[in-house]
Design a protein around this ligand. Structure first.
Ligand code: FES
Length: 109
């Protein structure tokens, strides 16, 4: 398999009902996985060219759903399915992170 150009990591962590912390899973992140994968296919990316992976908690739960794009380690917060085309077209396609989706800092400062 060729080395991937980008790796998109999506927090899909969920927590039990009543847990005091929010979770990306409860905020809709599982749907993001499919939306990213479908968007890559629609744009003609070959399998493995851009990886999309669900993950456990990445840390900034209150700002979820959290998405991180490597190799440039760009963190996105409160990502919605409607934001996926911008990430795919601007960041993955043109190498320009989507500024409006970046948190003030990774940890919300
Ligand atoms: S639950 Fe997604 S960052 Fe913690």
């Amino acid at each position: 398999m060729p080395k991937p150009k980008y790796h998109i990591i999506i927090c899909t962590n969920t927590r039990p009902p009543g847990h005091p912390k929010p979770s990306c899973g409860a905020a809709g992140s599982p749907g993001l996985l499919m939306t990213f994968n479908m968007g890559l296919m629609e744009r003609g990316y070959q399998p493995g060219e851009v990886l999309v992976t669900g993950s456990a908690c990445l840390g900034p739960c209150e700002q979820g759903p959290t998405v991180v794009v490597y190799p440039d380690a760009t963190w996105y917060s409160q990502v919605k399915e409607a934001d996926v085309p911008a990430i795919l077209d601007e960041h993955i396609g043109k190498g320009k992170p989507v500024e409006k989706l970046k948190p003030n800092s990774v940890w919300g400062g």
